[in-house]
Ligand binder design. Structure first.
Ligand code: HAM
Length: 423
């Protein structure tokens, strides 16, 4: 009978790789806490309108990439392709005190052509700050991302930044861009020759050479910003500058979703050197709450792909562990009684990470497992130890000759381990 595989474009994450995931998520949780963000868990699927209205019906993600399904009650849902729209939907529904600052870790689903760094299920770490348009919040959100990348050991990361203005100034720009693209429509890529006029901004996001060439000579968004939006953007850049965070103005950065207004940004990992080198991105979405039926509430956030962060770390040769995932003690028991069960429970209650073997294996086979486990010490319980109420502690560090071994009374075990393991 044939066996099953994980679906195309998805991956199982198992040890030892999964320890890196744990470390990454734990580090992000700690940063989020330090910056005043609280965890938000929202459903994996939403009514399709949350995404269609949120990210824009014309966006690539909505038209080509969403996993849409009908449930047994014939309601139409979509698996979340990104995290922002759901958090804003939850903000509208529950009306928490604002600014509401949330962080999340979530799978995201996009039916894309899988390739290195691009998957049908990827995972994002992200934050959203809803209820303020203060440029200091833009700086805070971008800084969180930047310091997080630094903590991961990444050094080859560039911050690209732009402002898309608000409805009015962007509207003026889109009109001019529309006129420009109309003149050059025959030079656009096949897809955009057909779709350019529905949403001209999407052409700026196109990576195909023909569109890039047209866009390169076209009008630039920052030239159309109104005085308020220009001042807002200036303030964000000044704030970043004051913190020593370099940002490069990228006037063609519009990003893929329709909800963006004002500040938009992307973090590029130069070590990845491929088309999939954006390790994070985000921006303001000051109109999104209203678009989803809520009261006006400005917001800003970013999302970062866990897979790409790990690819960037590997590409830069960063090997540091973000979290210690080696166990302390391996218990070897050849008596076949409850000794191992009882000792393991006691050790764990004292805070040690402990493993043991199962299935009544031989002493030799249990010692092999102990060696492989990475534990610092093995505890041996054989017939002699059982008879005398003792336990043998064997050092597993160093080679065979250096491995000290001693027997201690059962009641002295924890104290001896505290001294021996220094924890
Ligand atoms: P996004 O740029 O579409 O933005 O995704 C954020 C990050 O997720 C990307 O920079 C990339 O690292 C990762 N990513 C995206 N698609 C894939 C994929 N198919 N495979 C692997 N990694 C991927 C958003 O999703 C917005 N919600 C970000 C945001 C938050 N804006 C405001 N707040």
């Amino acid at each position: 009978m044939s066996t099953f595989q994980a679906p195309i474009g998805t991956h199982d994450v198992l040890a030892p790789q999964s320890a890196l995931w744990e470390g990454l998520i734990a580090t992000f949780a700690q940063f989020s806490f330090q910056y005043g963000f609280t965890l938000a868990m929202t459903p994996m699927f939403e009514e399709i309108g949350v995404f269609n209205r949120g990210i824009g019906e014309q966006s690539d993600v909505a038209t080509k990439e969403m996993y849409v399904f009908q449930d047994r009650g014939e309601r139409t849902y979509a698996l979340r392709p990104e995290g922002t729209a759901s958090v804003v939907r939850a903000f509208i529904q529950h009306q928490p005190t604002s600014p509401y600052k949330a962080w999340y870790v979530t799978p995201a689903f996009r039916y894309e052509r899988p390739q290195a760094g691009r998957y049908r299920q990827h995972h994002q770490l992200g934050v959203e700050a809803i209820g303020t348009d203060d440029p200091a919040m833009d700086v805070e959100v971008i800084t969180l991302a930047w310091r997080f990348y630094q903590a991961l050991g990444l050094t080859q990361v560039r911050l690209l930044i732009n402002s898309m203005g608000h409805d009015e100034c962007r509207g003026r720009y889109v009109d001019v861009l529309h006129g420009y693209l109309e003149e050059h429509r025959e030079q656009l890529c096949d897809e955009h020759q057909k779709t350019w006029s529905q949403n001209p901004l999407r052409v700026l996001d196109c990576k195909r050479e023909s569109c890039v060439a047209v866009v390169n000579d076209g009008p630039l968004l920052p030239d159309f910003l109104c005085a308020d939006c220009a001042a807002h953007f200036e303030s964000v850049r000044r704030g970043l500058g004051a913190l020593g965070i370099d940002s490069t103005l990228e006037p063609r950065l519009v990003r893929g979703f329709d909800y963006y207004t004002r500040t938009t940004f992307e973090f590029i990992a130069d070590s990845l050197g491929s088309a999939q080198n954006a390790i994070g991105g985000g921006g303001r979405y000051d109109g999104l709450s209203e678009q989803l039926g809520g009261k006006p509430a400005s917001g800003i956030g970013f999302g970062s792909g866990i897979e790409r962060l790990l690819l960037a770390r590997a590409a830069e040769g960063v090997t540091s562990n973000l979290i210690n995932r080696t166990i302390d003690i391996f218990v070897v028991d050849t008596t076949g009684q409850e000794s191992a069960t009882v000792v393991v429970d006691e050790l764990r209650r004292h805070g040690y990470a402990v493993e043991r073997s199962f299935d009544s294996r031989s002493m030799k086979s249990q010692m092999k497992l102990a060696d492989r486990s990475g534990a610092a010490v093995a505890l041996l319980i054989g017939p002699q130890e059982a008879a005398s109420g003792e336990i043998t502690i064997r050092d597993l560090r160093g080679d065979d000759f250096e491995r000290a071994q001693r027997r201690v009374a059962r009641e002295d075990l924890i104290l001896t381990l505290r001294q021996h393991l220094n924890k």
